[in-house]
Design a protein around this ligand. Structure first.
Ligand code: NAD
Length: 351
């Protein structure tokens, strides 16, 4: 184990799933097991994991189509159907094997089935390992709006093995880094300097990112205050994802977060918190490293309308987390939609 957050131990597997094997022997021996995954992870990851299970303890596989557009109530219903058909009990265990879509959705399905049955996460994407699998947020999208339905609910444990990354497509590997850059920008300028060099030591990146996420999630489990720092870049990212989901085009979450980091850094500068020098540095680094998101400036109004549905808003309007330096964030900043529109136009002008 290398960390515990919200009483949930996080294990970093180095020697072929020793921790998971022990967990299954000691804590799951008499339980019915279900493994929720998607088509890609069934093909690439399940064969590497299968030998960890005793032959009399094989999980029942629930395989969903891959991708954000399937992070829906319909997919959650397929999970519940499988649980009902196999007569899942309150002490059954759901094993979520996949990227952030599967850990969010499998966690959500488990957290409400029979008022909550236990689950564990085995993240297989970089984004899942540095961020999505920890912190206890679960959810699905609804009417193309991101994570509209969900719960705060911790897994019994998380097992991370970076060997899964070998089969992750380059585009997803690249996009997964966005949450790591976000962690650095909101909390740790030394980490930003390290990431800037472009060194892709995944083990180090996973450790550092999880340390930052754990710190903020533990201080504020239900996101009433400081945890909101983790939302930096996400108000814009979620509106971009919703805009493209509605058009039935998919963009990668990490690339949307990268665009969000640039727009929200611009807003931080415009609001007088961040220096121009920092804005230029952040824009230069992030824009070079992530695939751009293309949208016509005439659609800025649409993007703003998605933003108005954001979970973080309150009566006073759009609520942002902004930066006041590299390594420091400030929460609960209410901004005018016209200023936010300017930020989106700034981003579109770079592309
Ligand atoms: N709960 C949280 O705190 C939190 C935090 C950040 C992001 N998220 C959510 O995470 C999701 C994005 O996660 P993601 O980027 O992992 O997307 P994803 O789950 O869609 O995975 C990306 C793609 O890679 C494939 N894949 C995953 N692992 C693989 C492997 N080892 N080999 C081959 N293919 C593999 C998947 O099938 C998918 O096609 C979003 O829905 C986002 O909202 C949640």
């Amino acid at each position: 184990m290398f960390l515990t957050t919200g009483n949930c131990p996080i294990y970093f597997e180095k020697n072929g799933f020793d921790y998971l094997r022990n967990f299954l022997k000691e804590l799951a021996a008499d339980r019915q097991l279900f493994l929720v995954t998607d088509e890609n992870c069934k093909k690439h990851c399940w064969p590497l994991l299968e030998q960890v299970f005793d032959k009399n303890q094989k999980p029942l596989l629930v395989t969903l189509p891959a991708g954000e557009r399937y992070k829906t109530l319909e997919s959650a219903t397929l999970i519940w159907d499988s649980l009902m058909t196999a007569q899942a009990k309150r002490n059954s265990l759901i094993i979520n094997l996949g990227g952030g879509v599967i850990t969010d959705m499998g966690g959500f399905a488990a957290s409400v089935f029979k008022r909550g049955i236990p689950f564990i996460h085995i993240p297989t994407s970089l984004l899942g390992m540095v961020d999505a699998s920890i912190g206890g947020k679960t959810g699905i999208d609804f009417k193309a709006h991101k994570n509209m339905i969900g719960t705060f609910s911790y897994p019994e444990a998380v097992f991370i093995w970076d060997g899964f990354l070998e089969t992750l497509e380059q585009g997803h590997r690249k996009s997964g880094m966005a949450e790591a850059y976000k962690h650095a920008l909101i909390d740790n300028s030394g980490y930003w300097d390290f990431l800037k060099k472009g060194d892709l030591s995944f083990e180090r990146i996973i450790f550092k990112s999880l340390e930052i996420k754990k710190k903020l999630a533990d201080k504020d489990p239900k996101e009433k205050g400081e945890r909101k720092k983790l939302n930096f870049g996400h108000t814009v990212a979620h509106s971009l994802e919703a805009y493209f989901l509605d058009k039935e085009e998919e963009i990668f979450h990490g690339n949307a977060v990268a665009a969000g980091i640039i727009v929200e850094s611009f807003l931080s500068w415009k609001s007088g918190f961040l220096s121009l020098e920092c804005l230029e540095e952040i824009t230069g680094v992030i824009f070079r490293r992530f695939d751009p998101i293309l949208f016509p400036t005439k659609d800025v109004e649409y993007l703003l309308s998605y933003m108005k549905q954001d979970k973080k808003n309150d009566k006073s309007g759009l609520n942002f987390t902004l930066l006041d330096c590299v390594g420091g964030a400030i929460i609960n900043q209410r901004l005018d939609t016209s200023l936010v529109g300017e930020g989106l136009t700034y981003y579109a002008s770079l592309v």
